[in-house]
Design a protein around this ligand. Structure first.
Ligand SMILES: NC(=O)c1ccc[n+]([C@@H]2O[C@H](COP(=O)([O-])OP(=O)(O)OC[C@H]3O[C@@H](n4cnc5c(N)ncnc54)[C@H](OP(=O)(O)O)[C@@H]3O)[C@@H](O)[C@H]2O)c1
Length: 262
């Protein structure tokens, strides 16, 4: 009997990764869970069972990426690669450290590109391989206090679209999923207070994981989660100055909340 399809999931130690891992395991995937937090990865792996494996790796290092690609190769090659690891820091751009700016671009954009590059040879041999890049609604809408994050996720969306078109005559499917605010640790006290003041919906990680499973089945190439976010993304593409005005009003609320928190 052949092994179940191998799914490599980065950011498995995080909130969305945890929910995605549970949902993917239920769908019958064999998981290779990746993150830096060994305790969380081990707990998740133990809970999912011995069919699955995990790797502790900092994906910003060449060694970490090399270990991941080699392990996946030994396990028969990835059928699905989900670039989900990511970072965000809610900060005014002028107050963000240069190190933090670089890290955001590195983890959210450069790392998924380098991992994808390293995985393509093993995935191209597969008849039904899928690459999923986890973007964000902020990969289509520039938002205050998220300049570096937006730059990284706009870049990731552009990379995904270009690669999808470049490989459109090949079997490998290239997908992009863009969650809106989701209830995980990436959102600290400030983000939560601002989302609440702006009336923004916050999805559960399980909901996003179910939408990912659906997308893997339908092969929908671009999946922006939630309403009105879907509409704002379209409007921002067509009439960006309209969204400039709407966000200028939100900025007043954001500044008020920031003053209250400080
Ligand atoms: N939650 C939201 O509101 C939201 C909305 C839209 C998009 N997203 C996107 O969803 C993805 C998952 O985020 P999340 O909400 O689950 O956040 P999270 O709970 O903070 O998880 C982030 C994950 O990324 C991993 N990671 C960060 N730097 C890494 C590195 N250098 N090497 C390896 N792994 C690294 C973390 O691993 P360790 O903890 O083990 O270091 C963790 O597993 C991100 O790409 C994020 O941008 C989230």
């Amino acid at each position: 009997m052949s092994n179940p399809a191998l799914c490599v999931l980065t950011g498995a130690s995080g909130g969305l990764g945890h929910a995605m891992a549970n949902a993917l395991a239920k769908e019958g995937f064999r998981l290779l869970l990746v993150g830096r937090n060994e305790i969380k990865l081990k707990q998740l792996n133990n809970q999912l069972g011995s069919l699955h494996g995990h790797l502790v790796a900092d994906l910003t290092t060449e060694q970490g990426r090399h270990d991941l690609v080699s392990l996946a190769e030994q396990l028969g090659g990835a059928d699905v690669l989900i670039n989900n690891a990511g970072v965000n820091a809610f900060t005014a751009f002028c107050e963000q450290s240069t190190l933090d700016i670089s890290k955001t671009l590195e983890v959210n954009l450069l790392v998924p590109m380098l991992i994808t590059h390293a995985f393509l040879p093993q995935m191209r041999n597969k008849s039904h391989a899928k690459l999923v890049n986890v973007g964000s609604a902020f990969g289509s809408i520039g938002f205050p206090y998220h300049s570096s994050y937006c730059a990284s996720k706009f870049g990731l969306r552009g990379f995904t679209e270009a690669l999808k078109r470049e490989l459109s005559d090949q079997a490998l499917e290239v997908l992009y999923i863009a969650p809106r605010a989701t209830d995980t640790d990436i959102n600290g006290r400030t983000e939560r207070a601002i989302n609440s003041a702006l009336g923004n919906q916050m999805d559960s990680p399980d909901k996003v994981a179910q939408l990912l499973i659906k997308q893997l089945k339908t092969g929908e190439s671009r999946n922006v989660i939630g309403f009105p976010e879907k509409l704002f993304v379209k409007l921002n593409g067509l009439f960006p100055s309209l969204i400039d005005s709407a966000i200028a009003k939100k900025l007043i609320v954001m500044k008020r909340v920031l003053n209250e928190l400080n």
